[in-house]
Design a protein around this ligand. Structure first.
Ligand SMILES: [Zn+2]
Length: 278
């Protein structure tokens, strides 16, 4: 009983994702600096001139202006169109995964905020509380809505038995996310005498528990694996200064979150199948 064709839905969601990608760039730049997101309007960081609306079209403007400010000619980083494209793809992915449902809207918010957190963590090595708190708010609203209406909105997966209710499933996720990451951070600090997981990572994992329930453990596991592989590669060639380099963990958690949102239960079923054979 679809009122609009599916491809049209996917296309429009992807385009909205592109448009909101410009806002993501603004959030990534301003929130860690404590600046307002709404005012003033976008301006060139070099000459300060306001960016005209027709120069603010996602990706296209950057290509037309050939990566330079129209007023002062200073370079505009390729990151801007890249973030816009990723945003568009993330919105599209949510639409493909969950179709025309409420869950898609909440999944979009999850992916979008993870994108923002990823770039802020890369730039500043921290995950700002206002954004993590916003993510928590989105998760709570979705879970309460599921609990009250009986519709499957959040968490992203359904539990059985004691975890059949959305609230119970999310609560267990929060406990696991918080408990396991705090334990990891604590033991790492004891062994290496330095912080591995930061406070921001622990808070983010607790919040991801709302969205993923017990699958937050898979997010943490995959994030750690991706992190040690990429972190290891980055470390090669850097001379050892004695101090372990700070590698942001947020981006790895974000990538793992995407993987688990798309394939978490399938991976678990596959793993259980192998475990039973062995
Ligand atoms: Zn300029």
């Amino acid at each position: 009983m679809a009122l609009i064709p599916e491809w049209y839905f996917h296309l429009s969601v992807g385009l909205f994702g592109l448009l909101f990608g410009s806002l993501a760039n603004v959030i990534i730049w301003r929130v860690p600096r404590g600046e307002s997101i709404v005012s003033p309007g976008s301006h060139c960081p070099s000459c300060g001139r306001e960016i005209r609306w027709f120069d603010n079209v996602p990706v296209l403007s950057w290509l037309v202006l050939r990566a330079r400010c129209r007023d002062c000619g200073s370079r505009i980083s390729v990151r801007y169109p890249v973030v816009e494209v990723i945003s568009g793809l993330l919105w599209l992915l949510a639409a493909l995964l969950w179709g025309m449902t409420f869950r898609t809207a909440f999944g979009i918010a999850l992916f979008y905020l993870l994108l923002v957190l990823t770039y802020i963590d890369l730039d500043h090595l921290r995950l700002p509380n206002p954004i993590v708190a916003t993510l928590a708010g989105v998760g709570l609203v979705g879970t309460v809505a599921s609990q009250l209406t009986g519709r499957p909105i959040l968490p992203l997966f359904e539990g059985a038995g004691l975890l059949a209710s959305p609230a119970a499933y999310a609560a267990v996720g929060v406990l696991i996310g918080l408990g396991v990451s705090a334990l990891m951070a604590g033991s790492y600090a004891l062994i290496r005498k330095t912080a591995g997981l930061g406070m921001g990572d622990i808070k983010l994992l607790a919040v991801l528990g709302i969205f993923y329930g017990p699958y937050v453990l898979m997010v943490l596991l995959f994030g750690s694996i991706i992190g040690s592989v990429i972190g290891g590669v980055l470390m090669i060639g850097k001379k050892d200064s004695g101090e372990p380099a700070r590698v942001p963990f947020g981006p790895f958690l974000a990538i793992a979150s995407l993987v688990v949102a798309a394939w978490g239960p399938a991976i678990w079923a596959w793993y259980m199948g192998i475990a039973r054979l062995g």
